[in-house]
Design a binder for this molecule. Structure first.
Ligand SMILES: O=C(O)[C@@H](O)C(=O)COP(=O)(O)O
Ligand SMILES: [Zn+2]
Length: 201
């Protein structure tokens, strides 16, 4: 295994062990040369073996059959030339938020804490598409030009980062903030003000 493959396998094992995704859900990728290495379709992030190589155009170049979401990862890499990794999970609280009625599609969660603003920022909600539906590709690519974290309606989060650690940090912060938001649903809540948010960027 190369260093990068080992890092993807280690991150998958860590996320799975902490139940940030379950069963055979979720997929991870990291940019390499003109494309990216991605977890294969139908596997568990708890036991990542050989990886698939996919081009930025979304073509399968080498290795096992890639994740059905490889086209989405490709869309995020194209939209964000600074992105070195992409993580998609079915983390419970973020998925719960993604099923809520009445979310703001431009920014699904309020800025509850400074850490959330710094790690996640704006969170566009993308309309529901079945997993693997390539029609979501152009929508995700457009949204990812101005936000590195996206919430797929009735599905879950997908986040790009400078590298695997940054993408994992951001998606974990998103999961914890989703949990806080659900905990606070019935209570009067005071998110950060626009000035407080601005002072963090
Ligand atoms: O929700 C789904 O089916 C996919 O988005 C997913 O999480 C796992 O699919 P593969 O990466 O193709 O295993
Ligand atoms: Zn999924």
């Amino acid at each position: 295994m190369t260093d990068l493959s080992q890092q993807i396998a280690d991150l998958g094992a860590s996320l799975f062990a902490r139940r940030l995704t379950h069963g055979r859900t979720g997929n991870l990728s990291a940019r390499t040369g003109g494309g990216f290495l991605i977890t294969p379709g139908g596997g568990s992030l708890g036991a990542v073996g050989d990886l698939s190589l996919v081009s930025l155009a979304g073509e399968h170049l080498d290795g096992p059959r890639p994740s059905k979401e490889a086209f989405l990862h490709a869309a995020l890499y194209r939209a964000r030339p600074d992105a070195g990794a992409v993580v998609h999970l079915h983390s419970t609280h973020a998925v719960a938020v993604s099923c809520h009625a009445g979310l703001d599609p431009d920014d699904a969660l309020p800025p509850l804490t400074a850490y959330y603003v710094m790690r996640v920022g704006r969170l566009p909600l993308l309309p529901y598409h079945a997993p693997g539906d390539p029609a979501l590709g152009p929508i995700a690519e457009r949204a990812a030009r101005t936000a590195h974290a996206l919430l797929l309606a009735n599905h879950g989060p997908i986040v790009a980062g400078a590298g695997l650690a940054a993408a994992a940090d951001a998606i974990e912060e998103l999961e914890e903030t989703a949990r806080l938001w659900l905990l606070l649903r019935e209570r009067p809540t005071r998110p950060l003000t626009p000035d407080q948010v601005r002072s963090l960027s």
